[in-house]
Ligand binder design. Structure first.
Ligand SMILES: Cc1cc2nc3c(=O)[nH]c(=O)nc-3n(C[C@H](O)[C@H](O)[C@H](O)COP(=O)(O)OP(=O)(O)OC[C@H]3O[C@@H](n4cnc5c(N)ncnc54)[C@H](O)[C@@H]3O)c2cc1C
Length: 526
C-alpha cells in the first residue's frame, strides 16, 4: 500500500515492479515450467563465418566486445533494446576501474567524466555498533555516459551493433555457432561466428536452459529510491542494520550520495520458498522504515526514481559452459559472490582477465566447452562467502533470537576493524583472502567463543562442512598463487616453448589461483 502511494507518480515503475514480482512468484512456485531449449547442436560444418564473436546482450557485453575489437577480432553485439545505460549510477571503488584505462577502453579524461559522484567517509553499522572506512564503493559511475562512450569507440573500431535485435536460438556446429535473432520484430535472421558470449543477464535464455529450471540456492532482493530533500547527504552507508529480524528477514540498508539526490536501498537475503514476502511488501517495509533510517519524513522527499532488483544466486557459479563455443559472463553466469549485487563492479574487477582469456581462447582455437570453462574457474574465495550469506539470512520456519544477526555481524566487524584496513577493505569489496579471513575467525572465536554454537543451528552442519572444504581450498590456492608468483619468469619462459593450447591452459590456471585466492586485490594508493 505504501509503495502504491509513494510511487503513484511513477506508473511505469509500478508496472515494472509488478512484472518483477510476477517473476519472483514464478521463481518461488513449486510447479515451474521447463526453460525453453534455445541451444542445440549439429554435427555439420557451417559454410562461412561472419564474425569471430557474437555478444548477445549489450550492457556489460559492451566493454568485453570493445576489448575484443581492439585485439583485432570481428565482433557483433545483439541487443534486445537500445544499447544505453540506466540513469542510476553504479557504485564502485575507484581502483576497480583501472581495467578501463589499462585496456585503453577509456582515456583518463573520459574516466574522470564518467565518475559523477565521489564521497567519504563510509559507515558500517550493525545495531548500535558503528565503524567508518574510506574509499570503498565511494564512486558513482554514470552508466549513460560510460556506455555511450564505449559504444562510439566500438563502432569506430568497426564493431557491428544490432539494436532492437532479440536473441532467439543458437545452433552449435563443429566449426562455429549459428545465432538466430529477430530485429525490430521482423522475421528471424541469423549470423555465424566462432564464439558466442552470452551476456543477457539473469534471465538469459541460455543460462536458464543450462541451469535446467533449478531453483536458485538463495536470492537477494533489493528495493530503493533516489530522492532529493534529505537534510544530510555527504556520507554513505555501505551496510547498515537498525531493526531485529522480521518477516523472517534481516533488513540491510545502503545509502549513497548521488549526482541528483541520495540513493537508499533496503536489501535482504532469503531462499525461494513459496511463502516468502513479495518485492512490493519489501518496498512497503522500505517506506515504513526509511524515515527512521534517514531521520527524514517521506513527504519532505522528492522521489526521482525507484530502484529494485532480484538477484538469484546459485552455488554452482560461475556457470560452467555446457556447450562448445558458448560461454556465459556477467550477471547470468553468477560471476559475483552471493553477498553482492554489484555485478558491474565484479565485471570491472575481472575485465583484464576476461579480455586476455577470451582473446587467447580465440587465438589458440581453444573453444571447446572444457577450455572455455577455464575462463570461469572455480573460485574458493567466492564460495566461502556462502556461509556468510547463510548467517545473514533466516530460514522460513526457523526461530532465531531477533538480534542474532546484528550481534554476529557486530562481533565479526569489530575484529576486522581491529585487524586493520588490509583485512577490512578487501572483504568490503567482495574479495576474501585466506590470511585476512583466518585472522578474523581466530580473533572472533577468542573474543566471542560461543559464536559457533549460535551459527551452527542457523546455517546447518552441511553448510559448515561445505564451507570448510572451500576454506581449505582457499588456503591451497593462496599457496599455489605464491609459488606461481615467485616463479613467474621461469614459468613464462617454459610456457613459451609449449604448444598454444598448453599455453592457454597454463595461463588460465595461474589466473585461477590469483583470482580464486583473492590476490587480484590491490590496496588503494595512499
Ligand atoms: C537496484 C540495483 C542497483 C544496482 N547497483 C549496482 C551498483 O551500485 N554497483 C554495481 O556494480 N552493480 C549494481 N547493480 C548490478 C548491475 O546493474 C548489474 O550487475 C549489471 O547491470 C549486469 O549487467 P549484465 O550485462 O550482466 O546484465 P543486464 O544488466 O541484465 O543486461 C543484460 C543485457 O542483455 C540484453 N538482453 C536480454 N535478453 C536479451 C535477448 N534475448 N536478446 C538480446 N539482448 C538481450 C538486455 O537488454 C540487457 O542490455 C545494481 C542492480 C540493481 C537492480
Amino acid at each position: 500500500m505504501l509503495t502504491q502511494t509513494h510511487l503513484a507518480h511513477l506508473p511505469e515503475t509500478l508496472a515494472a515492479l509488478k512484472t518483477l514480482d510476477d517473476r519472483w512468484t514464478e521463481l518461488r512456485s513449486t510447479s515451474r515450467s521447463t526453460p525453453a531449449q534455445v541451444v542445440s547442436e549439429s554435427d555439420q560444418d557451417l559454410n562461412q563465418l561472419d564474425y569471430d564473436v557474437v555478444v548477445a546482450g549489450g550492457t556489460l557485453g559492451l566493454p568485453i566486445a570493445l576489448t575484443l575489437v581492439l585485439q583485432g577480432y570481428k565482433v557483433a553485439i545483439l541487443e534486445r533494446g537500445k544499447l544505453k545505460g540506466r540513469d542510476q549510477e553504479w557504485n564502485i571503488s575507484r581502483d576497480e576501474l583501472r581495467g578501463l584505462i589499462e585496456l585503453k577502453l577509456l582515456t583518463q579524461a573520459e574516466l574522470d567524466k564518467a565518475i559523477v559522484s565521489e564521497f567519504n567517509p563510509i559507515r558500517i553499522k550493525f545495531g548500535d555498533r558503528e565503524l567508518w572506512t574510506e574509499d570503498v564503493l565511494n564512486t558513482g559511475v554514470d552508466p549513460v555516459y560510460l556506455l555511450e562512450t564505449l559504444k562510439q569507440k566500438f563502432l569506430k573500431q568497426g564493431g557491428k551493433l544490432l539494436e532492437n535485435a532479440t536473441f532467439k536460438t543458437a545452433i552449435v556446429h563443429p566449426n562455429g555457432v549459428e545465432v538466430s535473432y529477430s530485429q525490430d520484430n521482423t522475421d528471424q535472421s541469423s549470423i555465424k561466428s566462432r564464439l558466442l558470449l552470452d551476456m543477457m543477464g539473469h534471465n538469459s535464455p541460455i543460462a536458464l536452459q543450462s541451469r535446467n529450471g533449478k531453483k536458485p540456492d538463495s536470492v537477494c532482493l533489493v528495493v530503493g529510491t533516489c530522492a532529493t530533500g534529505y537534510t544530510k547527504n555527504s556520507t554513505a552507508d555501505l551496510i547498515a542494520t537498525f531493526t531485529p529480524i522480521q518477516n523472517q528477514c534481516q533488513y540491510f540498508w545502503e545509502a549513497f550520495p548521488a549526482r541528483d539526490g541520495r540513493t537508499t536501498y533496503l536489501f535482504t537475503y532469503l531462499d525461494a520458498q513459496p511463502d516468502r514476502i513479495s518485492i512490493e511488501t519489501l518496498f512497503d517495509e522500505y517506506f515504513r522504515l526509511l524515515p527512521e533510517y534517514q531521520n527524514t519524513a517521506i513527504d519532505q522527499l522528492d522521489i526521482k526514481r525507484a530502484l529494485f532488483g532480484l538477484f538469484p544466486c546459485y552455488k554452482n557459479s560461475p556457470l560452467v559452459p555446457e556447450w562448445d563455443r558458448i560461454v556465459s559472463l556477467g550477471d547470468g553466469s553468477g560471476a559475483q559472490s552471493p553477498l553482492s549485487f554489484g555485478g558491474f563492479g565484479a565485471m570491472m574487477r575481472h575485465l583484464i582477465r576476461l579480455s586476455d582469456a577470451i582473446g587467447q581462447a580465440l587465438q589458440t582455437q581453444c573453444l571447446d566447452a572444457g577450455s572455455l570453462a577455464l575462463i570461469q574457474p572455480y573460485q574458493p574465495n567466492l564460495q566461502v562467502t556462502w556461509l556468510f550469506q547463510k548467517s545473514m539470512s533466516v530460514k522460513l520456519n526457523q526461530t532465531l533470537p531477533p538480534e542474532q544477526i546484528n550481534q554476529l555481524l557486530a562481533d565479526v566487524f569489530t575484529e576486522m576493524e581491529a585487524l586493520g584496513p588490509l583485512v577490512l577493505k578487501p572483504f568490503l569489496q567482495d574479495v576474501v583472502q585466506f590470511g585476512a579471513l583466518s585472522q578474523t575467525l581466530w580473533q572472533t572465536s577468542i573474543k566471542s567463543p560461543g559464536i559457533i554454537f549460535k551459527i551452527l543451528p542457523q546455517v546447518g552442519l552441511l553448510t559448515l562442512l561445505d564451507w570448510m572444504r572451500h576454506f581449505v581450498n582457499l588456503g591451497l590456492y593462496t599457496g599455489f598463487n605464491a609459488i606461481a608468483e615467485r616463479n613467474l619468469p621461469v614459468l613464462t619462459q617454459f610456457f613459451r616453448g609449449q604448444p598454444p593450447a598448453f599455453q592457454y591452459r597454463a595461463y588460465r590456471s595461474i589466473e585461477a589461483f590469483t583470482y580464486g585466492a583473492g590476490k587480484d586485490y590491490y590496496p588503494p594508493e595512499a
